[in-house]
Design a protein around this ligand. Sequence first.
Ligand code: AMP
Ligand code: MG
Length: 325
Amino acid sequence: MIVLGIESTAHTFGIGILKDGKILADIKRQYRPEKGGIVPNDAMEFLKSVKEEILEEALKEAKLEIKDINIFAISQGPGMPLSLHIGMNFAKELAKKYKKPLIPVNHLVGHLSIGLMLTEVKDPVFILATGANTQIIAFEGGKYRVFGECLSIGLGNALDKFGRAIELEFPAGPKIEELAKKGKYIELSYVVKGMDVEFSGIVTQASNLYKKGAKKEDLCYSIQETCFAMLTEVSERAMAHCDKKELLLIGGVAANQRLIEMLEIMCKERNAEFKVVPIQYSGDCGGQIAVQGFLEGKNKKFSKKETENLDINPIWRVEEVEIKY
Ligand code: AMP
Ligand code: MG
């Protein structure tokens, strides 16, 4: 079975093609604002402008023609409504034109599923640390459940926001990581509430310290140490609570070597296995949607009406997804 997955929840348009459990193509392009944060309308225009060429490139990479595709899959949500519409309309057009089923999947579950497929872990605690989202998730009682999460902004967005305050370009995560290597610790608030983490106050605090003359390098080091320690603490607690012996790190922030190092130390102390999703597949990509489409589509019966009536779901939480495969 060949599945073509389309990702279009925020700033990335991606198409992944999966055949017999192997990713044949994973092509994506990301909208980058010239200045400041994401402008939803500009992101939408960007996604619209690249969708056709990405489809062409993905098919070429996979050495397939569009008529070879058995199932289309689309990330239905959560995400930014304007971006979601671009992907959904494109997917519906393709499914209709080529008379193939269309599977709507949850973007977050897609992140988890591609992580499981590409690493050897079986039943981990997941840390999903993306731009917009930071969640500690585990599979319990037939569902993915969120054990802890960010109360306001996600870790990636927190780093990007702080980056803007110290005049770094978007995305700031990688630059903060570089600067942090030359920094010393300045105390910042450590905000863990139960199993949840709160980053926005820390961003404000660090940004204010910068205005008062603190060094960029020291603040980068300190924001990383503080936020990553918070995440390490709640992940460890989730592992103890669920009695899980594996930890899997996913999301764009998984590129950060210092975060990896901290989690590695924690897992080693608990005698647990720690894995990171390969970076190409750890941020938003079509591959994650193709993998999820395959899992949900392999035994499903399709109705044409269902496809025609499909709509986006911008606030779809991971616990609401039925896992039936
Ligand atoms: P995603 O939403 O999963 O595509 O991830 C994007 C986020 O990952 C952005 O907020 C980036 O700043 C962040 N990011 C990327 N590379 C790094 C890094 N090396 N360290 C920290 N954050 C990063
Ligand atoms: Mg994502």
